[in-house]
Design a protein. Structure first.
Length: 280
């Protein structure tokens, strides 16, 4: 997945693609004191800036004419899902460079995130993309992002997965894209499934997966940004991937269950849209 990461290509994917041919290693979740301290400082900086920075971003989305269909209902369901505080990975289909931005906006308000910063999930953009502009580096740091080196070696990959597992164990949410890159066909691609999510589910007891299918009504295929004025439909479903197998096979089976659920949600989305159009 690292090899496929993009600006927000954040995902479990990036942490594992490079390592597909290397021996299977289960994420330990062990993070050094220095790394934990750095993450705590970044978390504090992000929380202090979320109201002004998030407010500007939401204002821009409104100025572009975007809205979330049944937004209040989506946010209510999200809060019900995360209320238990159990470890949870948020996964989604991937069509634009700013999917994570729209998903954060869809799931909760900025004041809600400020009051319960755990709900604002960690993201994992490619390091080389964030270095193109100094402003991007600052924004990603303040937006709870952990940078991924898509050319990194097995040690980088293993360290990243260990941090992810550690964050999940302490109650943080992670946002990951199981396809690892924007879908070139505009549909969920089962063949692109990567196994990083499965590794994390194996490593963290009672870890559940929140599947988010989000799509703009004018979004036919992949793009950098959604079209102005696009309205987004958002569906949420929680699953607990399981497998009798261990090691790499178990990770792959769990990861495939996640992508299959997103595919199922996608098919339901298009069936509902077709039925709505027929009634009009």
């Amino acid at each position: 997945m690292i090899s496929k990461s993009e600006v927000d290509g954040a995902s479990v994917s990036q942490g594992t693609e490079v390592n597909r041919t290397s021996p299977y290693r289960r994420p330990s979740g062990h993070v050094s004191f220095i790394e934990r301290t750095r993450l705590q400082i970044q978390r504090l900086a992000g929380r202090l800036s979320i109201l002004p920075l998030g407010g500007v971003i939401v204002a821009v989305l409104h100025l572009r004419g975007h809205r979330i269909h049944q937004h209040a209902e989506v946010r209510k369901k999200f809060l019900e899902i995360v209320r238990s505080g159990e470890p949870m990975i948020v996964v989604a289909n991937h069509l634009t460079l700013v999917d994570s931005v729209f998903m954060h906006w869809a799931l909760a308000s900025m004041p809600r995130y400020f009051l319960n910063y755990r709900l604002f999930s960690w993201n994992f953009p490619a390091v080389e993309n964030t270095r193109k502009k100094r402003s991007w580096s600052v924004i990603t740091y303040l937006s709870k992002c952990m940078l991924v080196d898509r050319l990194g070696d097995a040690n980088h990959t293993g360290g990243l997965l260990a941090k992810m597992a550690g964050l999940l164990r302490q109650g943080d949410l992670l946002t990951l894209f199981p396809e690892g890159t924007r879908s070139r066909s505009g549909r969920v691609d089962l063949t692109a499934t990567t196994y990083g999510i499965g590794k994390l589910v194996q490593a963290v007891p009672n870890c559940r997966v929140l599947c988010v299918y989000m799509r703009g009504r004018m979004q036919d295929t992949f793009s950098d940004f959604p079209k102005r004025g696009d309205i987004f439909d958002v569906a949420l479903e929680v699953i607990s991937p399981s497998s009798s197998a261990s090691g790499l096979r178990g990770a792959k089976e769990r990861s495939m269950q996640v992508t299959l659920k997103l595919k199922e949600m996608e098919e339901r989305h298009f069936e509902q849209r077709a039925a709505t159009i027929d009634r009009q």
